[in-house]
Design a protein around this ligand. Structure first.
Ligand SMILES: [Cu+2]
Length: 204
């Protein structure tokens, strides 16, 4: 446990920096558009920052949005619309986390989507400002992340990944400069190599 507490320090430092940046983040809140038509949401999966608004526009057919906790219990909060045509719906996401949603009549046709809300408008910008930190791409990522800013590849024994509770989530499966993250649940993670830290978001 001593080890885990020590490793929480980077995340706590990052959060402290983010608190200081919150005024900036609010002023840069944006609207992200999602089209609703032809049995799909486009784009299907989006990543936004805390305080951003998603604007869904139904341009074809009769659809709804159901992101309620009754359907998706892990959603931080519920959002939904009635079924209808030619509607516009906006929702401001103020609670970080991963939100899944569907069109109720067409979920079986794959009409589903997700919104990942980063607490951190943040985390990456703050990390990038520190020369002592690594960068990770792609971010968000689905299967493989590659770490840049290293020299000589990664030593598998030196890499640790923590979730945002500070829990070590997996022994690293390292190949060269890349990590296979296929088995990680969706969420925000911190990668630590020695005294260097970077974060990335795992998509489902
Ligand atoms: Cu639909």
């Amino acid at each position: 446990m001593k080890f885990l507490h020590y490793k929480r320090i980077p995340a706590i430092l990052v959060l402290a920096v983010l608190f200081g940046m919150s005024a900036f983040n609010i002023s840069s809140a944006k609207i992200v558009d999602v089209n609703v038509s032809n049995y799909k949401f486009t784009p299907k999966d989006i990543t936004i920052s805390e305080g951003d608004t998603v604007r869904w526009t139904c341009t074809q057919g009769t659809h709804d949005i159901d992101g309620t906790k009754s359907v998706y219990p892990n959603n931080p909060e519920s959002f939904s619309t009635p079924q209808g045509s030619n509607w516009v719906y906006m929702f401001v996401f103020t609670i970080p986390g991963i939100y899944n949603y569907q069109c109720d009549p067409h979920a079986n046709f794959g009409m589903i989507g997700s919104v990942t809300v980063e607490s951190v408008a943040g985390v990456n910008d703050a990390l990038a400002a520190n020369n002592n930190l690594l960068s990770i791409y792609p971010n968000p990522a689905f299967e493989i992340v590659t770490v840049s800013g290293l020299q000589g590849g990664m030593d598998a024994n030196s890499v640790r990944i923590f979730n945002n509770l500070g829990e070590s989530v997996m022994p690293a499966g390292v190949i060269g400069y890349s990590l296979n993250i296929t088995n990680l649940p969706a969420g925000v993670y911190f990668l630590v190599i020695g005294n260097r830290t970077a974060s990335f978001t795992k998509m489902k």
